[in-house]
Design a protein. Structure first.
Length: 331
């Protein structure tokens, strides 16, 4: 499986020096499909490899993405600063803004921020006045986001064509775990420019929650690589980090997701800190590594199963049935 090849090269870049031409094609295709080509290219920097030009282009693209992400964060900061509310950067933008190893070569899409729930109306009004517009004009989708999701409906800037997702917590209120959003914001680490990032423990917890307590594992290999990079860097700073991470996960009701993340990161990337595997980990690994030599997803039945699981995690059965029926009738 080419997903496994991507993971192997990320974990041990020296593996790239033994690849055949066919394996190189598979590596590039799968890495692009998983939005990990910039990360692979960064890991292979200064190595004598056949795909040197492709990797150089990927590093240049990742650097452009880093600059664009930081500028978008600054644009949002300028708009929201007069409100005097905490603004916490999330995901890839947070990694690059904090100078973390997880940001090196990382593909960054939307700008994700976390603000207090009672500030949502003010934040929304400020962004709309500054040029952002709704991506989802459909009344049902808009109402669904506002009532049941952990974020506002996504916005896109009319001139820069960049999206922003404004979160008030890290999981939908209907999800079974109930993370403490106020604690996330209270313990955020200031960057010195009016913006903050989550604490080290909460960064890993958020990544694990997004991967295993909410989503369908789409893009999961990249998200698990985030977890590997974060855990390794934070363990280097503090040998007791995994223990503090475990304690913190319990406070956010996310012990299971974090334990799963550590086990799978250890299984796939050799990340320190994971416990002994459990039987169901094999199914998760099958989903995470399901790319063929052309970068296409394999195991469609597994993909569909995780798609259903993602909805099941977000909604009680009756609500899920109503939601799926409504979406079906609208097609």
């Amino acid at each position: 499986m080419s997903g496994a090849l991507v993971a192997a090269v990320l974990a041990d870049p020296s593996r790239a020096e033994t690849l055949t031409p066919g394996q190189w094609n598979a590596l590039v295709a799968a890495a692009r499909a998983e939005q990990l080509i910039g990360s692979v290219a960064t890991r292979l920097e200064r190595r004598r490899i056949p795909a040197a030009r492709i990797m150089a282009d990927a590093r240049a693209s990742a650097e452009q993405g880093r600059v664009a992400a930081l500028w978008e964060a600054e644009a949002a900061r300028r708009v929201l600063a007069p409100l005097g509310v905490p603004v916490v950067l999330l995901k890839g933008t947070a990694f690059v803004a904090a100078g973390l190893d997880a940001g090196r070569g990382r593909s960054i899409g939307d700008l994700d921020i976390l603000v207090p729930r009672d500030a949502l109306d003010a934040v929304e009004a400020a962004l709309l006045a500054a040029g952002w517009e709704w991506v989802k004009p459909d009344p049902y989708d808009d109402a669904y986001y506002r009532r049941w999701m952990h974020e506002l409906p996504p916005l896109i800037h009319r001139e820069r064509d960049r999206m922003i997702d404004v979160h008030h917590t890290i999981l939908p209120p209907t999800a079974r775990p109930t993370p403490d959003a106020a604690l996330l914001i209270a313990d955020a680490v200031p960057l010195g420019n009016g913006l903050s990032v989550l604490s080290p423990e909460d960064m890993v917890i958020h990544a694990a929650a997004h991967l295993f307590a909410d989503g369908d594992l789409q893009g999961g290999l990249r998200n698990l690589w985030d977890i590997d990079r974060l855990v390794r860097e934070f363990v280097d700073r503090d040998a007791g980090f995994v223990a503090s991470l475990t304690d913190r996960a319990a406070r956010h009701d996310l012990s299971e997701a974090v334990a799963r993340a550590l086990r799978l990161a250890r299984r796939i990337y050799g990340t320190p800190g994971g416990e002994a595997p459990v039987a169901s980990d094999a199914l998760f690994a099958r989903r995470l590594l399901a790319r063929d030599g052309w970068g296409r997803l394999r195991h469609k039945e597994t993909e569909f199963g995780f798609y259903v699981r993602s909805h099941w995690l977000r909604m009680p059965p009756a609500m899920l049935a109503r939601h799926l029926w409504t979406k079906f009738r609208k097609k």
